[in-house]
Design a binder for this molecule. Structure first.
Ligand code: SF4
Length: 288
């Protein structure tokens, strides 16, 4: 049996829990408790690299806030060093860094977004961050804006997805009906209120990565957003579950090499003048 590194395993199902799951997160530099706000798996994006398996019916619907709170309180009582999936990992790496709204789809689509944030703010230990991992599609919703204000007062951080510099590449990668201009406007508006982290994933499609011109446009978009505290340049680290025209995406998309990730990160630093980190992938060989 192949044992994958902890960062390549992000199961969103843990023991008897329906909504919360612990993960060792490279991007958090520690342990993160994921809160799956979208067990219905309905997303406003359809990213080529999505790891959510939508082939089977969703297990739970709709989101149950009271049950999620009970689960979060129970998980916060756990000794993570005793969990089998973290065997051999030093205790200092298992320090709880954040509670992240993430999971099987886009958290800003959830109707009770601000009550969820309010619940996490009440329950979490002091100093533990609330991280919103978002495709930015719903950042302009009034209830989401209310939730963001609660986050601002409770160690909140927004990690907004931006995988393209042009509308054409955005349509190719993220395959959403939401216009690219609206995504950019939402990220810009959010960043006017608070610093944001930009999370960008680049990959190869049938062996070809983003063009140099696409990365130029991407750096231009970054420069247009006023208040970016960090850019995370990533590539795929886990197998995508998306199916395109009947073909599983893992047959034709692959990770960038470490050097290619670093080259984009260097361009972000140089051309957009922003701090950036690289997150490498697995560079799997596409199946023939
Ligand atoms: S990667 Fe995230 S935003 Fe993209 S389709 Fe999957 S759940 Fe939605």
């Amino acid at each position: 049996m192949t044992i994958r590194p902890a960062h390549q395993q992000h199961p969103r199902q843990f023991a008897q829990f329906r909504y919360v799951y612990p993960v060792l997160s490279r991007r958090s530099h520690g342990l993160s408790i994921g809160l799956n706000t979208n067990p219905d798996r309905v997303c406003n994006f359809d990213c080529l690299y999505c790891q959510v398996d939508r082939s089977a019916p969703p297990p739970v619907t709709p989101f149950d806030l009271a049950a999620a709170e009970r689960e979060l309180r129970a998980m916060l009582q756990m000794d993570f060093t005793r969990l089998p999936q973290f065997t051999g990992i030093p205790a200092e790496q298992l320090r709880l860094h954040d509670i992240a709204l993430s999971g099987d789809a886009e958290p800003t689509t959830v109707r009770e977004f601000s009550p969820i944030i309010d619940m996490i703010a009440r329950v979490k230990p002091p100093g533990v961050k609330i991280v919103l991992i978002t495709d930015a599609g719903g950042l302009d919703r009034p209830d989401v804006k209310r939730g963001l204000q609660i986050m601002d007062a409770h160690d909140g951080e927004v990690w907004a997805k931006l995988d393209a510099g042009t509308a054409n590449y955005y349509r190719l990668i993220n395959r959403s009906k939401i216009p690219f201009a609206k995504i950019l406007k939402n990220i810009t508006g959010c960043a006017e209120e608070r610093p944001v982290v930009i999370q960008s994933l680049f990959l190869k499609i049938r062996g070809g990565g983003p063009s140099p011109a696409e990365i130029t446009a991407y750096c231009d978009r970054l420069r247009e957003i006023s208040n970016i505290k960090l850019v995370q340049v990533c590539t795929i680290a886990r197998q995508p579950m998306t199916v395109v025209d009947g073909i599983p995406a893992w047959k034709f998309i692959t990770a960038l090499s470490d050097a290619e990730v670093d080259a984009i990160r260097a361009r972000v630093s140089r051309e957009a003048g922003l701090p950036a980190e690289s997150f490498y992938g697995t560079a799997p060989t596409p199946a023939s």
